[in-house]
Write a protein that binds this ligand. Structure first.
Ligand SMILES: NC(=O)c1ccc[n+]([C@@H]2O[C@H](COP(=O)([O-])OP(=O)(O)OC[C@H]3O[C@@H](n4cnc5c(N)ncnc54)[C@H](OP(=O)(O)O)[C@@H]3O)[C@@H](O)[C@H]2O)c1
Length: 288
């Protein structure tokens, strides 16, 4: 993996887990890195460690809670005021909610953080992505997308909530978004791919505001058998930096190999409908 010219890369969720490992590796590759984090204190700690560990001083921290559309818009505005292009956009931040929460925009939190934030941020950064010679959009999805259904009549899980079903819906939406993007972006020198990082030992369960002692304990045992965040970040790095995939778009990757995603994820009508609904849900920002 190499870069023969300076690359500007935005990664979300770089404070811990897979995103942190990916950020560390990208920093070592000499990328001009923007890390977006929701918490200033934790973000600054990460920033300082990344600079110290990599020796790369071209790393900037920007603050945004991705559950808030207002903050996503402010993040995009800051990026547009400071950078004239984005070469690599890694939509990695994600969260698991075992109980139902609504965001300040009235959206179910799993859908908002794991999917809708990515739709909005990517759309708001389109102009900067188009200015790259060859931009790459990467969505960190997951194998649980295979169990997902997009419930347009109950997107917010008003009727019956299940943390797993909400996560699966959002991860299917991530894959659908990438396929729709790759269709819409044909001819724009922008590639869009998604991936499953593997079962990775990370902070996901500890970040769940409602995870109980038992789930955390159970997870800590399970995580002994899981991949390290560094291993989990390998496919992100491959998609971000490998020349092998510079012209590859509209694929779903596991272990650096393109594989078939769920049959539902290839439903073009579903992807277009999801796009339209997502535009409506983010309208004040998308149209501004
Ligand atoms: N771990 C797995 O086995 C697995 C499997 C399949 C897919 N994935 C996906 O991989 C991605 C990374 O997850 P991980 O396992 O590395 O989990 P993690 O260690 O919990 O990292 C998640 C990151 O997302 C950030 N984040 C969460 N909510 C946010 C919000 N509202 N605004 C801004 N940032 C937010 C967290 O920030 P803070 O530091 O502020 O908490 C953290 O940096 C996620 O998309 C996840 O769904 C993971």
């Amino acid at each position: 993996m190499y870069f023969n010219e300076e690359k500007i890369c935005l990664i979300t969720g770089a404070n811990s887990g897979i995103g942190r490992a990916a950020a560390e590796a990208l920093a070592r590759l000499g990328v001009n890195l923007i890390i977006a984090a929701r918490n200033k204190f934790r973000g600054e700690k990460t920033l300082n460690e990344l600079v110290e560990n990599s020796g790369n001083r071209n790393i900037e921290l920007l603050i945004a809670d991705l559950s808030s559309q207002k903050e996503i818009k402010a993040l995009a505005d800051q990026i547009k005021s400071k950078y004239n292009r984005i070469d690599i956009l890694i939509n990695n931040a994600g969260a698991y909610f075992s109980k139902r929460h609504l965001t300040e925009d009235g959206i179910e939190a799993s859908f908002a953080v794991n999917y809708l934030s990515r739709f909005l941020l990517t759309n708001l950064l389109f102009d900067l992505l188009k200015k790259s010679k060859h931009a790459r959009i990467i969505n960190v999805s997951g194998e649980h997308h295979r169990r997902g259904k997009i419930n347009f009549n109950n997107l917010n899980f008003d009727k019956k909530y299940s943390g797993y079903a909400a996560a699966a819906q959002a991860k299917l939406a991530d894959v659908l978004l990438i396929y729709e993007l790759s269709r819409k972006l044909i001819g724009n020198k922008i590639t869009a791919n998604s991936l499953h990082p593997g079962a990775v030992s990370s902070s996901l369960i500890y970040n769940d505001p409602d995870a109980g002692y038992f789930s955390k304990f159970f997870y800590s045992i399970l995580s002994l058998f899981m991949k390290s965040p560094e291993k989990g970040a390998e496919t992100i790095l491959y998609l971000a930096a490998s020349p092998e995939v510079s012209n590859v778009s509209g694929n779903y990757f596991i272990n650096k190999k393109a594989v078939l995603s769920s049959p539902e994820s290839y439903n073009k009508a579903l992807a277009q409908k999801l796009w339209d609904v997502s535009e409506q849900l983010t309208e004040p920002f998308i149209l501004s």
